[in-house]
Design a protein around this ligand. Structure first.
Ligand SMILES: NC(=O)c1ccc[n+]([C@@H]2O[C@H](COP(=O)([O-])OP(=O)(O)OC[C@H]3O[C@@H](n4cnc5c(N)ncnc54)[C@H](O)[C@@H]3O)[C@@H](O)[C@H]2O)c1
Length: 259
C-alpha cells in the first residue's frame, strides 16, 4: 500500500481545543504528515510552542483564540482559519470537557456547560466549516467522541458520567447526521472514540490509585492510552485512505468494548 494514501500535503486543518492535550498532539501529527494547521483554543497562550514546532516542520500554523460555545466566536474561528490557511479541508472537533461529581452533585449549570461544549457547539461549527470544504471540493470532519459514548463506567468514587456520556453518545449520532448531509459533497464525517488517555483532563483519575487501578483492570490492554496513539487513527480519517469511510465511529480503546 502506498504511503501517499496517508499523506496530508496540501491539507488545511482546523483543530479546536488544540492549545494543549490531544488536540495539540493531533495538530503536530497532522503537520508532520504534511498539513497546514490552525490551532484554536479558548486559552491560546500555551499554543506558542506548538506553533513553533509546526513552523519548524515547514508548515503554516495559525493560532486562533476562540470560545467554541459562543456562536459568533465559533463562526469567526472558522472564517479566520480558512483565511489564514487559504481554505479549509479538515476539521477536528476536539474541544471538550467533563465534570467529576456524583449523580446528585451534578448541577443544571454543569449539564449545560458540558452539553454546550461537547455537542451543541459542534453542530454549528461543522455546518459553517462544511461551506468552506464545499468551496475546496471536499473535506474531512473528525469528531473526538469517547469510549464513554458507547460504554457506561461507574468508577469506584461513584462519579456519574450522565452529561459526558450523553454528549459523547449524541456526538456519535451527530456524526452520522453530518455524514448523510455531506455524503455527496465529498466530505467524510467520522468520530474517534478513545479510551482513557493520559492528559490534564484525566489527571485526577491518574492520581487516584483506586480509580486508576479500576480502569486498568477493566481494560484488556491493562493501561491508559497515550495521546500519540490517537495520531494514526486521526490521520487515517483525515486522509485519502478513508475515502469510502463516513458516518462511523472508530473505537481506540485498548480492547475495552470487545469484552
Ligand atoms: N483524555 C481522555 O481520556 C479522553 C478520552 C476520550 C475522549 N476525550 C476527548 O478528547 C478531547 C480532548 O481531551 P483532552 O484530554 O485533550 O482535554 P484537555 O482538557 O487537556 O484539553 C481540552 C482543550 O480544550 C480547550 N477548551 C475548553 N473549552 C473550550 C472552549 N469553550 N472553546 C475552545 N477551546 C476550549 C481547553 O482550553 C483545552 O486546551 C475532549 O473532547 C475529550 O472529551 C478525552
Amino acid at each position: 500500500m502506498s504511503q501517499s494514501l496517508f499523506d496530508l500535503s496540501g491539507a488545511k486543518a482546523l483543530i479546536t481545543g488544540a492549545g494543549r492535550g490531544i488536540g495539540r498532539t493531533l495538530a503536530e501529527g497532522f503537520a508532520a504528515a504534511g498539513a497546514d494547521v490552525a490551532i484554536a483554543d479558548i486559552d491560546i497562550e500555551p499554543a506558542g510552542e506548538a506553533k513553533e514546532a509546526i513552523e519548524n516542520m515547514g508548515r503554516k500554523c495559525a493560532l486562533i483564540q476562540a470560545d467554541v460555545t459562543d456562536m459568533e466566536s465559533a463562526e469567526r474561528m472558522v472564517i479566520e482559519a480558512a483565511a489564514a490557511l487559504g481554505g479549509l479541508t479538515i476539521l477536528v472537533n476536539n474541544a471538550g470537557t467533563n465534570v467529576r461529581k456524583t449523580l446528585w452533585d451534578i448541577s443544571e449549570a454543569d449539564w449545560d456547560r458540558i452539553l454546550d461544549l461537547n455537542l451543541k457547539s459542534i453542530f454549528f461549527i461543522t455546518r459553517r466549516a462544511g461551506e468552506e470544504m464545499k468551496k475546496a471540493g471536499g473535506g474531512k470532519v473528525i469528531n473526538i467522541s469517547s469510549l464513554m459514548g458507547w460504554s457506561v463506567f461507574r468508577n469506584p468514587r461513584q462519579q456519574c458520567y450522565g452529561p459526558y456520556t450523553s454528549s459523547k453518545s449524541g456526538l456519535i449520532g451527530l456524526t452520522r447526521v453530518f455524514a448523510r448531509e455531506y455524503a455527496t459533497d465529498n466530505i467524510q464525517v467520522n468520530a474517534i472514540c478513545p479510551t482513557f488517555i493520559e492528559t490534564e483532563l484525566t489527571a485526577s483519575l491518574q492520581e487516584d490509585e483506586l480509580i486508576y487501578d479500576a480502569i486498568c483492570e477493566r481494560t484488556p490492554m491493562g493501561r491508559f492510552g497515550q495521546m500519540s496513539e490517537l495520531v494514526g487513527p486521526a490521520i487515517f480519517l483525515a486522509s485519502e485512505a478513508s475515502s469510502l469511510v463516513t458516518g462511523t465511529s472508530l473505537l481506540v480503546d485498548g480492547g475495552w468494548y470487545a469484552t
